[in-house]
Design a protein around this ligand. Structure first.
Ligand code: NAD
Length: 352
């Protein structure tokens, strides 16, 4: 976390202990990483979208593979974790490897939370979950986040080749979701020199690599730069408390069960328009990165999505926007501009 409460002139710069492998073909080293951890009974969690990579890792693990779980579900429902835990107990697993987007990584973290076992995360999107010590879990429709060092994967393997299959819509929205971590870090009251550096570099990387990747989705160089930039923005997320943008995403996502990356993408330009006039340092860094109006740059990226681009497209009832604003204002996340019910309702109406 950032600035201490006792002495505002002292900043605390915490970096989670993790070993990060990054590069084309890195997935070929996952089994060696398991051996390095002295894992003998590996549970492999993967989504169907990562089946090919998971088959490859299974073959390389050989006798170290204890079991496979192929059905992670978004928002990490506790019933699904219970199924995975049965497999852990039946197989005597001592390590979990998760391959996939934030949902697969969330399940790996939930297993680590219950067992303390070491984790190797192999992300296939830009969600950034692998870099944080937070896991969100859903029980009876209520999502709760848990903070514990034991849930942060100790090893992360980024292989851009695993992202080549991301369809254009997921590529765009997952990258803008990642950009949102950097933007929130820049205007966070927890910002430090380290988070500013990470956020500025990652925003620059995402905003230059994303258009290139959208023009050439299987170009490995652009994919590699985008994944590296997403790693840095994930690190920002691990260092700061998020603000209004993430609060809106949490409240709306939780209330209406909305798709995570698409929701972040459609909200971000609206929150930037709302916050940046009150966050001059963040605004000037982003203006340098974009070479123009940062809100307009992000709005253009968001508008061009070939899926839902408005809250109305996602089925959010307009009549309930004021209730959402009231919930946000009742306990606001730290944010550069104090939200009021009228102002947040107006922001949501614009996004609607
Ligand atoms: P996701 O993992 O649900 O994946 C979205 C879809 O894309 C799925 O259908 C998946 O199978 C598919 N997919 C993933 N990788 C692919 C690839 N390379 N090619 C083709 N298809 C692919 O979504 P996400 O956006 O990666 O993650 C969102 C989740 O992560 C949310 O639940 C969010 O709350 C969580 N998250 C948690 C943290 C944290 O710190 N705890 C941080 C960020 C996100």
């Amino acid at each position: 976390m950032g600035t201490t409460e006792t002495d505002p002139s002292v900043t605390v710069n915490e970096t989670l202990a993790s070993r990060v492998l990054i590069g084309r073909g890195a997935v070929g080293q996952v089994a060696d990483e398991a051996a390095r951890l002295d894992a003998r009974r590996v549970l492999l969690v993967s989504t169907p979208s990562a089946a090919t990579a998971a088959d490859r890792v299974s073959a390389a693990l050989g006798a170290r593979l204890a079991g496979r779980f192929g059905r992670p579900v978004k928002h990490v429902p506790v019933e699904v974790t219970a199924e995975a835990m049965t497999l852990v107990e039946d197989t005597g697993a001592d390590c979990v490897i998760e391959i996939g987007g934030g949902s697969a990584i969330g399940l790996g973290k939930a297993v680590a939370r219950r067992t303390g076992m070491p984790q190797i995360a192999v992300p296939t999107t830009y969600s950034g979950s692998e870099t944080t010590a937070v896991v969100g879990e859903t029980e009876n429709g209520v999502k709760t986040t848990h903070h514990a060092l034991a849930v942060a994967p100790g090893t992360i393997v980024y292989d851009p080749d695993l992202t080549l299959t991301m369809p254009p819509g997921l590529t765009r929205t997952s990258a803008v979701n990642s950009l949102a971590h950097a933007v929130e870090a820049l205007w966070s009251p927890d910002a430090t020199m380290l988070s500013d550096a990470l956020a500025t570099e990652s925003a620059a990387g995402i905003l230059t690599a994303l258009p290139e990747v959208l023009a050439d989705p299987t170009g490995p160089d652009g994919r590699a730069r985008l994944l590296s930039a997403a790693w840095l923005s994930g690190l920002c997320l691990s260092k700061i408390r998020t603000g209004l943008h993430h609060q809106l995403a949490h409240v709306l996502g939780g209330a209406y069960d909305l798709p995570h990356a698409e929701l972040h993408t459609l909200l971000l330009p609206h929150v930037m328009r709302f916050n940046l006039p009150s966050a001059p340092a963040a605004a000037s860094r982003l203006a340098r990165v974009t070479g123009g109006d940062p809100t307009e740059t992000v709005a253009a990226l968001a508008r061009a999505h070939d899926g839902p681009t408005r809250l109305s497209d996602l089925g959010v009832p307009r009549a309930e926007l004021r209730d959402v604003a009231e919930r946000v204002v009742a306990a606001p996340y730290p944010n550069p501009r104090q939200p009021t019910v009228d102002a947040v309702t107006e922001l949501l109406n614009e996004a609607w």
